[in-house]
Design a protein around this ligand. Structure first.
Ligand SMILES: NC(=O)c1ccc[n+]([C@@H]2O[C@H](COP(=O)([O-])OP(=O)(O)OC[C@H]3O[C@@H](n4cnc5c(N)ncnc54)[C@H](OP(=O)(O)O)[C@@H]3O)[C@@H](O)[C@H]2O)c1
Length: 288
């Protein structure tokens, strides 16, 4: 094992989907569990990791003092971006400030694919966080994560029942991957060398149009699924009719407009290169 891999690594959001996979990936890579700090806001959600020997520490992204205590003795932090949209810049800034004060050397941040040019509404907080990091003295690696295939799980459930996947993406493509692929990329960066100052554009090897995604869902669920392309207005109306509130419907329609513009597709092979294998196909991730 390299010296690098025996340093103490903290993973924030360790009780969430991506964070937990990153912690499990670190353990699987041979990093000692007692050299992994899982930062969570609710330790009850991290009992399984604690049972494996991971050092679980409690801190909310809103609490700088608790974050600073959680980072005591930590060399590297994986900052998993928060889920409270609109509050994330302040929260991430707290994590960055606390890491600096606690003497952390290196911080790896999960951003958004092509955050600097993306038209997605989600991009702003990520890009602003990247700027805070660029101005910090920390050694920084940016993991600009593309879309999770898991995001389509509910769509796949509906499509398996109705035979139809609906969207308003025109011929836009999504280069998605499994959360586990992005977690493996984070593990490769955290346990490897030469990643400081790098910005990785992480996306899958599959670049699916929505007709192809419908086909993948059909394969996953053993039934025929076809794609119906709607206008943005039609999609918004369809979402409102099944009970979504206006804000959520507008968010989803905005996302589809971004996909139509190519926001979730890229030519980058950074994910494949970091994990040394092909990303997980949508049909495998979306199997029921
Ligand atoms: N690339 C994509 O397709 C995609 C899709 C959705 C989201 N994302 C981004 O990627 C991140 C990780 O994805 P995921 O699937 O792992 O999401 P997730 O399961 O919702 O995990 C988010 C984690 O952030 C933690 N968190 C949120 N607010 C916090 C706060 N105020 N203080 C401390 N911890 C806080 C959550 O804590 P709890 O466990 O206590 O809830 C959770 O562990 C998301 O948070 C979001 O920024 C990416």
């Amino acid at each position: 094992m390299s010296t690098e891999s025996t340093t103490t690594i903290a993973v924030t959001g360790a009780a969430g989907h991506l964070g937990r996979l990153a912690v499990e990936g670190l353990i699987a890579s041979g990093h000692p569990a007692d050299k992994i700090v899982g930062v969570v806001r609710n330790p009850a959600k991290a009992e399984a990791l604690a049972a494996r020997g991971v050092d679980i520490r409690t801190a909310d992204y809103t609490d700088v003092a608790a974050l600073e205590a959680a980072f005591a003795g930590v060399d590297s932090v994986l900052l998993v971006s928060g889920s409270e949209v609109g509050q994330r810049l302040a929260q991430h800034t707290n994590v960055i400030t606390a890491a600096q004060t606690a003497g952390v050397r290196r911080l790896v941040y999960t951003s958004l694919l092509e955050a600097d040019t993306s038209t997605l509404a989600l991009a702003g907080e990520h890009l602003a966080t990247e700027k805070v990091l660029a101005e910090s003295p920390l050694a920084v690696t940016i993991l600009r994560n593309g879309w999770y295939w898991e995001n389509y799980a509910a769509d796949a459930d509906t499509a398996a029942k109705t035979g139809t996947l609906q969207g308003a993406v025109n011929d836009g493509r999504v280069a998605g991957a499994a959360r586990a692929d992005y977690a493996d990329a984070a593990v490769a960066v955290l346990t490897g060398t030469g990643h400081e100052g790098k910005v990785y554009e992480l996306a899958g090897d599959e670049h699916l149009t929505y007709p192809q995604l419908a086909e993948a869902i059909g394969t996953a669920r053993g039934t025929a699924v076809t794609y119906t392309n709607l206008t943005g207005e039609q999609l918004t109306a369809a979402l409102l009719s099944v009970g979504l509130d206006e804000g959520t419907a507008a968010f989803v329609a905005g996302l589809d407009a971004g996909i139509a513009r190519g926001d979730l597709d890229t030519d980058s092979t950074d994910l494949h290169d970091l994990i040394g294998r092909s990303s997980t196909p949508a049909a495998k991730v979306l199997a029921g």
